[in-house]
Design a protein around this ligand. Structure first.
Ligand SMILES: Nc1nc2c(c(=O)[nH]1)N[C@H]1C(S)=C(S)[C@@H](COP(=O)(O)O)O[C@H]1N2
Ligand SMILES: [Mo]
Length: 402
């Protein structure tokens, strides 16, 4: 496939001074929202300004104010890549998808026209969240992209069911995993290509889809044009972009990205479907998202009057759905239930809001915490793990009432 070295057209839009581009990319995610965001905002082609963490490969975070509504707009949706050789839109127009593997009855190849013609369409609202979302808040610091709150987004994804595509190739009884690859690749041939796999049972679940649209539009280039995998409830690492190869396999996928990266201490986080073919004695692959909530408004460090303000945000989990969100205006001493917005489905963001009412003068420490329908709650203290995954300690921020 024809490749182009890298994106062009990056332009700083809201840099606070000429030195902004040189700001270190480990700049604390815990800094008041305005400070960090203004310093790092840059515009990728087709996107609103996002917070730039690394340029090559592109890792760009969604500003926190985007999470006041349940649907994250395509042009504000975060971008995460492991490898810098990303095919151009032109190259991707010749896209095709190959399905085979040692546990497939036959090898098949699809163009976009085939996908549209041969399969029923399916749609689901689901959160794509990077395992390392909020890694920048880990204390002590852990290495990796220093994401703040915005390595996630929720969209309505539409495309074909993976299970229907697998069925055309024929799944042999010995299949244990389905392996996935995308059209992007390493710049240096020695770097392993980014490939991931799923348990065959999950790959055949009704709501796992190969999406070709996002919020009613073709996928943006950097969110996986023209087709990406959607794995509701599982972290973003499995949501392979520019998906061009599927292998139905009798073996666990052995590579750096499955065996070394994206792993957590065994049993540290709850899962409903253990990824049995990828477990080892000490570690498990990171899979299901943990319950969490984010406050989009007001921003940390902002000011309010005594008449108060309304807290708005979203909560989500790995597919049990959100039962309650509580908000505190006094640093966690007391909590009140927030109003929940429309239910867009169990894998989607759920909006919440609560008005503070009249407030005393001085600092007002705001926090929000969600409970899922299965009773799971956010961590009271950080659940440490070497790669800095699954940060779900309730966010706190300070508003000055004057
Ligand atoms: N082809 C490809 N797909 C990929 C990745 C990648 O580097 N290459 N990164 C994964 C990770 S770790 C995440 S969090 C999501 C991010 O999706 P987004 O860039 O659309 O926000 O894509 C996943 N799919
Ligand atoms: Mo990720």
């Amino acid at each position: 496939m024809q490749r182009r070295a890298m994106l062009t057209g990056l332009g700083a839009v809201a840099a606070s001074g000429a030195q902004a581009a040189q700001k270190p990319n480990w700049m604390s995610a815990a800094l008041p929202d305005g400070t960090r965001e203004e310093a790092m905002l840059e515009r990728l082609p087709g996107k609103q300004p996002l917070i730039k963490l690394t340029e090559r490969p592109p890792n760009f975070e969604t500003p926190i104010d985007a999470f006041g509504t349940a649907i994250t707009p395509n042009d504000r949706f975060f971008v995460r890549y492991h490898l810098a050789d990303i095919p151009s839109m032109d190259a991707l127009k010749n896209w095709s998808l190959t399905v085979g593997g040692d546990a497939a009855e036959r090898q098949v190849k699809y163009t976009m026209a085939d996908l549209k013609k041969d399969f029923a369409q399916a749609e689901i609202a689901a959160v794509c969240q990077c395992s390392g979302n909020r890694r920048g808040l880990f204390d002590p610091h852990v290495p990796g992209v220093q994401w703040g709150y915005g390595a996630m987004g929720n969209a309505v994804w539409r495309g074909v069911r993976l299970k229907d595509v697998l069925a055309k190739a024929g799944v042999k009884p010995g299949a244990i995993e389905v392996w996935f690859g995308g059209a992007d690749g390493p710049v240096m041939p020695a770097t392993p290509a980014f490939r991931k796999s799923l348990p065959v049972a999950l790959a055949q679940r009704d709501d796992v889809i190969i999406a070709t649209t996002m919020n009613g539009q073709p996928l943006p280039h950097l969110n996986g044009f023209p087709a990406r995998l959607i794995v509701p409830g599982w972290t973003g690492t499995y949501w392979i972009k520019h998906l061009n190869s599927i292998e139905i396999s009798t073996k666990p996928l052995p590579n750096f990205w499955t065996q070394k990266a994206y792993r957590v201490p065994a049993g540290l986080f709850p899962v409903d479907l253990p990824f049995t073919s990828q477990l080892d004695a000490n570690t498990w692959p990171i899979t299901e998202i943990v319950v969490n909530a984010v406050i989009a408004a007001p921003l940390d460090g902002s000011k309010a009057t005594r008449s108060g303000f309304t807290v708005r945000g979203v909560a989500w989990d790995r597919g049990h759905g959100i039962k309650t969100v509580e908000v505190s205006f006094d640093g966690g001493k007391t909590w009140q239930p927030a109003a929940l917005g429309k239910d867009l489905g169990k894998y989607a963001f759920r909006e919440f809001s609560l008005a503070s009412g009249t407030l005393p003068l001085g600092p007002c420490v705001v926090s929000a915490r969600a409970v899922a329908n299965n009773g799971e709650t956010q961590a009271v203290t950080l659940v440490k793990n070497p790669a800095g995954y699954h940060h779900n300690v309730p966010q706190t921020l300070t508003v000055t009432v004057a």
